[in-house]
Write a protein that binds this ligand. Structure first.
Ligand code: GLY
Ligand code: MN
Ligand code: MN
Length: 476
């Protein structure tokens, strides 16, 4: 009997050691934000909605690329912000007043439940390890977790028995498809039938509340955006060093993407834009198939995403390593506009005022070169047709507000684009597209340029381009 008991004990400890090992596999990365941080965000959201509300958020859908191949999965911004969870087919449900669940023979009340994919050795051997309910509690710090097949029942029971005043959930839009759409179909049913049943529960969109929480970045978020930006800056340096006439735009794209991956970034923050010559004037050019000719200018807008957080940097450089006179003239106007705008960044500054600083430098510069013949009347906007910048965070075009506050992160990215055939413009300026984009953190006393690791002065770029980069190594 004693022997059997010790065998049992050994078996139990081996089993629990195995579970720990399996869970450890799920967190290879360092620099992950702590479960306590996500928990604090969930608690804040519950405070915002009040206790008499049920809150639901769910994973991004998996998207089919073709046949049985999916696009690389990426979690939805708001869901990730609240959970740090990167698996699909998960639903977060919270209620300050508590959600009743059966635990063994008793009923307990919990404030948050993460519904997750069940552990499934066969599926996991194909598509990767899953947290399961145990990982959701132990690694993500969720108060409670259940498998996602139980969501429908718990959702209906909670609405029926708790009678909350509000249901805060994202509207189910047409891009919510596949398994997650099926999982959250009770929300749609509630929405569709609420009027008919004269439900006293008011449906509210949860997304604006979470977006508002994301405007000011925490120190942990700033560290991740800084890391994404440092990686992106090094990639720009390597691209400039590697650039030679005769290469293709995609070869420079390859340099960027190599550096991103080499330094641990999981994704590009958006598809790489590498436009040479006539493509430099296309704002979001993505095909990157053209051969780069000598004498052309290249606008490269490329950046990494690290642990969910985007960077966004553009550098513009001459194919042969030396700017022509016409390129230099346009480039210097954009650089002056960008530096003047960045200098205006400080707490309390209105973004519209910062934009006006850049607009004015560009208008004066274009007028002085004779590219526009009069000021005002949106003449300069023909050549600078986009906004000065945008907030950066979990999304490359993130959430923000009109007045700067410490902890906000914005791009500052003026540009001048002169397509071939521009009316009344000297042809020497044709096919010159220049954008200079930096990532700028608003600090208590002003600003910090997070992307300072890649140069933008003409002399600095020309000096850097004398060096060789990883893109010049022969493949063998
Ligand atoms: N890379 C996209 C943008 O600059 O907004
Ligand atoms: Mn941008
Ligand atoms: Mn950009």
């Amino acid at each position: 009997m004693k022997k059997l008991y010790s065998i049992l004990l050994i078996a139990i400890s081996v089993l629990s050691a195995q579970t720990e090992t399996t869970l450890n596999y799920l967190q290879y990365d360092t620099e992950v934000s702590s479960p306590a941080l996500y928990k604090a965000r969930r608690d804040s959201l519950m405070r915002l909605t009040g206790n008499n509300a049920v809150i639901i958020l769910y994973s991004a859908p998996e998207r089919i690329r073709n046949a049985d191949v999916d696009y690389q999965y990426r979690q939805s911004d708001n869901f990730y912000y609240l959970t740090g969870f990167t698996e699909p087919n998960a639903v977060l449900m919270m209620c300050g007043n508590g959600i009743s669940v059966k635990a063994g023979d008793s009923t307990i009340s919990v404030k948050e439940i993460l519904f997750v994919q069940s552990r499934n050795p066969m599926m996991e051997s194909w598509t990767g390890r899953r947290y399961g309910t145990e990982g959701a509690v132990k690694l993500l710090g969720m108060e409670y977790a259940l498998t996602n097949d139980t969501f429908k029942k718990i959702f209906s029971q909670t609405l029926f028995f708790s009678q909350p005043l509000y249901l805060y959930a994202p509207p189910i839009t047409s891009d919510c498809s596949g398994e997650i759409r099926e999982l959250v179909s009770p929300i749609q049913n509630f929405f569709d039938n609420a009027a008919a049943h004269q439900s006293a529960i008011e449906f509210r969109d949860v997304n604006p509340l979470v977006r508002k929480m994301r405007i000011i970045k925490s120190p942990e978020e700033i560290a991740l955006i800084r890391k994404a930006t440092e990686i992106s800056a090094l990639a720009h340096n390597q691209a400039m060093m590697s650039c030679e006439p005769g290469m293709h735009e995609y070869e420079l794209q390859a340099v960027y993407e190599y550096v991103f991956k080499k330094l641990g970034a999981e994704y590009t923050a958006y598809p790489c834009i590498v436009g040479a010559g006539e493509n430099s004037v296309i704002l979001h050019y993505e095909s990157n198939r053209k051969k780069i000719n000598s004498g052309e200018i290249i606008a490269a807008d490329c950046a990494a995403e690290y642990h969910g957080y985007a960077s966004d940097i553009t550098r513009t450089f001459p194919a042969g390593g030396k700017f022509s006179k016409a390129q230099r003239e346009i480039y210097q106007i954009v650089l002056n506009a960008q530096k003047a705008a960045i200098n205006a960044v400080q707490p309390g500054a209105a973004w519209a005022k910062i934009s006006a600083v850049a607009d004015s430098v560009i208008e004066n510069g274009l007028f002085d070169l004779g590219i526009i013949r009069e000021k005002g009347k949106y003449q300069a906007k023909k050549f600078f047709p986009h906004g000065l910048g945008h907030p950066v965070g979990l999304n490359v075009h993130d959430v923000g507000k009109a007045e700067m506050e410490p902890g906000m992160i914005y791009t500052v990215e003026p540009g001048i684009y002169i397509p071939e055939g521009s009316v009344n413009v000297d042809p020497k300026y044709f096919n010159i597209g220049v954008r200079i984009e930096d990532v700028v953190l608003v600090t208590p006393n002003g600003y910090e340029v997070l992307s300072a690791g890649t140069p933008k002065e003409i002399s600095e770029i020309e000096a850097l381009m004398k060096k060789k980069g990883i893109g010049n190594l022969p493949l063998q």
